[in-house]
Write a protein of this length. Sequence first.
Length: 337
Amino acid sequence: METRRDRWRELDALVSRAGRRAESLGPDGVRRLAALYRAVAADLALARRRFAGDPTVARLEALVARARPLVYDRAGRGGSVAEFATTGYWRRVRERPALLLISALLLFGPWVLAAVWAVRDPGAASGVVPSEYRSVTEPRERGTDLGLTTDRQAAFSSEIFTNNIRVTIVAFAGGIAAGIGTAALLVYQGVLFGAITGLAIWAGNGASFFELVTAHGVLELSCIVVASAAGLRMGWALVSPGHRRRGVALAAEARVAVEIVLGTAPWLVLAGLVEGFITPRGLGLGPVIVIGASLGAVYWALVLWRGRPARDDLDLDVAEPPSGTRHAATTAPVPSP
C-alpha cells in the first residue's frame, strides 16, 4: 500500500509541475507521467470495486481527473466548440447529480411551502411579493383572465425572464461564498415564486397564471437549477477541497462552473424566445403545458443521453487513447543520444 501511496504523491507532484502543458516536464517526465497515470487509474478501478465510499476513492478520482488532460492531449482544436455543445456541456451537467438534486430541493421545496402559506394566509404572503407582480395576484372573478392588456402581458413576461436571467447569474456567482450565497438565493426565489403562485391560485387566477408562465418556465427553471448547481460546485470546493489546497480546488471547479453557465446560456435564450413569441399568443393552458413539458423533457433527455461518461472514463482503459487524441508519452520528443 505504501508503494501505491508513493506513486500517488509522485503523480500529484508531476501534475502540479506540468500545469497545463505536459511538455514542460521534458521527455522523461512525460513518459513517467503516462506510466504513473496508468498505474493510478488501475488503483482507482480497484478501489472503486473493493472500497466504495472510502475517502481514498474520491482522492484518486480527483487525481486521475487532473492528470488525464495532460496524458491525453488533443491532436487539434478544430471542432472543440461542437464537441462541447454536443457532449462536453451535458457531461458537465450530469457529473454531479447530488448537487443538481440539492439545487432543485432548495428552489422547489420553499416554493411549495410558500404557495401553501399564500393560499392559507394571502394577507401576509402579499407582503413578500414585489409591486410589479401584484397585478397578477389581485382577487378577480373566477373564470376571468388576469386583467392584463397584451402590452402588459409582454411586460410581465419580460420581467420574469429578466429576473430569471439575473437569478441564474447571481446563483452561479454566489457559490464563491462557500455556496451560502447560492443556497440563500434559491430559497429566497423559491419563497417569492411560491408566494406569487399561491396568491394567484387564491385569487382564482391559477389557470391564467400557469398559462402565462409554463411554456417558457420549465426550461428557465431548469437553467436556474443547473447554474445553481455550478455555483454549489465552487462552494463545495472551498468546504471540502480534498487533498488539494482550497485555492487550487476552487480554481479547478470555477473553470468547470463557467463552462456550465456558458453552455446553459443558449437555453435561457431559447426560453426567452418562447416567452416572447409563444406565450403572448394565448394558446390556452393545455398547449402551453405541452410546450413547457416538451422543452424540459428535451433538455433533461439530453443530459441523460449526451451526458453519459465516455467509455474510456468508465472502464479506465488507458492503454489505447480515444480517437482524435494522441498520447502525451508517445508524442514526446526523444532525447538525442
